[in-house]
Design a protein around this ligand. Structure first.
Ligand code: 6PG
Length: 469
């Protein structure tokens, strides 16, 4: 006999516990499952009323507690554990039941799982969930992909728990198969790009304009009131005001400069390479995390080479320039990510609606930003837009800010301050907006040494030249 709980969730870590409490807050009954008895008890205690939120370590009891078709979300680490959990659930499920993987699973794993579960009559969703622990509790952005019909069963719950942007839920059915995980992967690639850019601007403001942590806090806080308003700028401002609990001064100055990564940014870059879509700002953000990890080498090399000491700059003017350059580079980063999504949609048959994706990123997720309202508008005006740089919505915004990016990139190069994200964003812009690039020479070289042939601008056909004859 089926149970009475509307929603099931496996994996009662911080994300899982918060998500299930969010479901219950929105009027649905929910049942959790975890092998760890402590986590099960913690949820029951926090839920307050077992008729509303309950949990058990036993899988059969868990599955039996749910209404059919069962809606079971997994919030467990990506990889083999997902397969293991599915395996333990399967013997207890009925045809038509729905499993939703809410982790950062690799999109081809989702395709494989969806295919094999379909044969067993089970609907499988890959649903990216963004917003961290706080988002899971108060309203994340949710990116589900899978069967459109089965989504109807999940929709009321997801729409209730998702973050709201001016009343609209930040969740939408994105497309078939692994569309949801793929979109979340690119979301994270964009996240890497924005974070790298923010760190470069911090470096400039600190080393060149001499801003103190208090001034950095105030600067980012004021930017967060303007067009740069975003979750990442907001938390950056808060980070600069945080004092060190374990010593004197500010915490940010004590944190080791080695950035870790779980893989989603790297996957975004790897896949963009496979698709042949340039996303250099995201690529370099991944590389910079790798360079940051080489701390011991960096210390040795730092002692070996001289570096210019940064020239003095006018503080107020510099703050203004950095705001403009950061805004410019944020636009370029979103443009690269959206371009990748557009191409992947064709390649993998996702039928993505880029305007819908921009919409559900406007609140709840890590890359939420005022800018996404403009991106939504750009796709509403033209849903076939190849690149945000071709949109009238962005033309003026880019024209007005690119000069500051140029000035800062030149300043960084002369003064030995690495600005890889910013300079890549600028190079991408200068190349993408050049009708003629010097790659005619590369074609000539390829034909010279390997008879690889070339095309001409003045006539059709494929040509080869015996260059030394
Ligand atoms: C989110 C985040 C999240 C991710 C972190 C850490 O949208 O809530 O993207 O899914 O786990 O950003 O990622 P890295 O460890 O790779 O930096």
């Amino acid at each position: 006999m089926p149970g009475t709980y509307d929603f099931g969730l496996v994996g009662l870590g911080v994300m899982g516990r918060n998500f299930i409490l969010n479901v219950a807050d929105n009027g649905f009954t929910a049942f959790g499952n975890d092998l760890d008895e402590e986590k099960v008890n913690a949820l029951i205690e926090e839920g307050g009323d077992t008729k509303r939120v309950n949990a058990h370590t036993n899988v059969e009891t868990f599955v039996g507690a749910l209404t059919t078709p069962r809606k079971i979300m997994l919030l467990v680490p990506a990889g083999k554990i997902v397969d293991k959990v599915i395996e333990t659930l399967l013997p207890h499920l009925d045809e038509g039941d729905i499993i939703i993987d809410g982790g950062n699973s690799f999109y081809t794993d989702t395709d494989r799982r969806e295919e094999s579960l379909k044969e067993k009559g089970i609907n499988f969703f890959g649903a990216g969930v963004s917003g961290g622990a706080e988002g899971a509790r108060r309203g994340p952005s949710i990116m589900p992909g899978g069967s459109r019909e089965a989504y109807q069963h999940v929709k009321p719950i997801f729409e209730a728990v998702a973050a709201k942007y001016q009343g609209e839920p930040c969740v939408a059915y994105l497309g078939p198969k692994s569309a949801g995980n793929y979109v979340k992967m690119v979301h994270n690639g964009i996240e890497y790009g924005l974070m790298q850019l923010t760190s470069e601007i911090y470096d400039l403001l600190k080393k060149s304009a001499g801003l103190t942590n208090e001034e950095l806090h105030a600067t980012f806080a004021s930017w967060n009131e303007g067009r740069l308003q975003s979750f990442l700028v907001e938390i950056t401002s808060k980070i600069f005001s945080r004092k060190d609990d374990l010593g004197t001064g500010h915490l940010v100055d004590k944190i080791l400069d080695k950035a870790k990564q779980k893989g989603t940014g790297k996957w975004t870059s790897q896949n963009a390479m496979d698709l042949g879509i340039p996303i250099p700002t995201i690529d370099i953000a991944v590389s910079m995390r790798q360079i940051s990890a080489l701390k011991e080498d960096r210390i040795k090399a730092d002692a070996l080479y001289d570096r210019p000491s940064p020239q003095k700059v006018d503080k107020d003017r510099f703050v203004e320039k950095t705001e403009q350059a950061l805004y410019f580079a944020f636009i370029i980063t979103y443009a690269q990510g959206m371009h990748q999504l557009a191409d992947a949609s064709k390649e993998y048959g996702y039928e993505l609606k880029l305007g819908e994706i921009a919409k559900i990123w406007r609140a709840g997720c890590i890359i939420r930003a005022t800018l996404l309202a403009d991106i939504t508008k750009a796709y509403q005006e033209n849903d076939k837009l190849e690149n945000l740089l071709l949109s009238p919505t962005f033309h003026q915004k880019v024209e007005q800010t690119v000069a500051s990016a140029r000035e800062l990139v030149a300043y960084g190069a002369t003064n030995g301050i690495p600005l890889p994200g910013l300079s890549n964003a600028l190079t991408y812009f200068d190349s993408y907006t050049s009708a003629r690039l010097p790659l005619n020479l590369i074609q000539a070289q390829r034909d010279f040494f390997g008879s690889h042939t070339y095309e001409r601008m003045d006539r059709d056909g494929i040509f080869h030249t015996e260059w030394e004859k």
